[in-house]
Design a protein around this ligand. Structure first.
Ligand SMILES: [Zn+2]
Length: 83
């Protein structure tokens, strides 16, 4: 099983999907972008840990779901789907 960390996203060439559990705002971030944003992040950081460092750009909630999509198409579907 592939560990759910930033390195897994890099090695499978998928962006990281983020969804706010409060307002359901969605974002897709490239792992390189995420790593460049914070010195506290490195490729072996788990996505659960990543979720604790981020907050929603819309409502400011820190209750975020962060996950690795199976492929780029799935990431595109994720961001395109409105509730
Ligand atoms: Zn939100």
């Amino acid at each position: 099983m592939i560990p759910e960390n930033i390195r897994a996203c890099q090695s499978t060439d998928v962006p990281i999907c983020v969804e706010c559990l409060n307002c359901h705002h969605k974002a897709v971030m490239e792992s390189e972008y995420l790593l460049s944003r914070s010195a506290r992040l490195h490729p072996d950081v788990s996505l659960v840990h990543v979720s604790r460092l981020l907050k929603c750009g819309d409502c400011g909630s820190k209750a975020l779901k962060v996950f690795r999509p199976p492929d780029r198409d799935a990431a595109a579907d994720f961001i395109a789907t409105e509730l």
